[in-house]
Design a protein around this ligand. Structure first.
Ligand code: FES
Length: 106
């Protein structure tokens, strides 16, 4: 699954992620900088915050989820397209997606 990351300095990184794992694991295992993931993927730290460059409502954070609550504690401003990358599964729905890494995670 091809995923493109835009980094805070304006540079980009393209990765080819294996389906099935989380977007956070895919990013960190490909050494994409700027994703801290302090809690290791439990939706309890909000330091794996990313912005998904998509209008696809299927990729929006589920209302009322733990993720939804944690997104109120991100270091960078929450946007409509904010997600915790540990809660996003890698699959065909992410093919070609651009993911923006926020300027700050802590
Ligand atoms: Fe902690 Fe995603 S890794 S919330």
């Amino acid at each position: 699954v091809k995923i493109n990351f835009t980094l805070p300095d304006g540079s980009t990184r393209a990765i080819d992620a294996a389906p099935g794992g989380s977007l956070m694991k895919a990013a960190t295992s490909h050494l994409v900088p700027g994703i801290v993931a302090e809690c290791g993927g439990n939706a309890s730290c909000a330091t794996c915050h990313v912005y998904l460059e998509t209008e696809d409502v299927a990729l929006a954070c589920p209302d009322g989820s733990v993720e939804d609550e944690m997104l109120d504690f991100t270091a960078s401003p929450r946007r409509a397209n904010s997600r915790l990358s540990c809660q996003v599964q890698v699959g065909d729905q992410l093919e070609g997606l651009t993911v923006e890494v926020p300027g700050a995670q802590v």
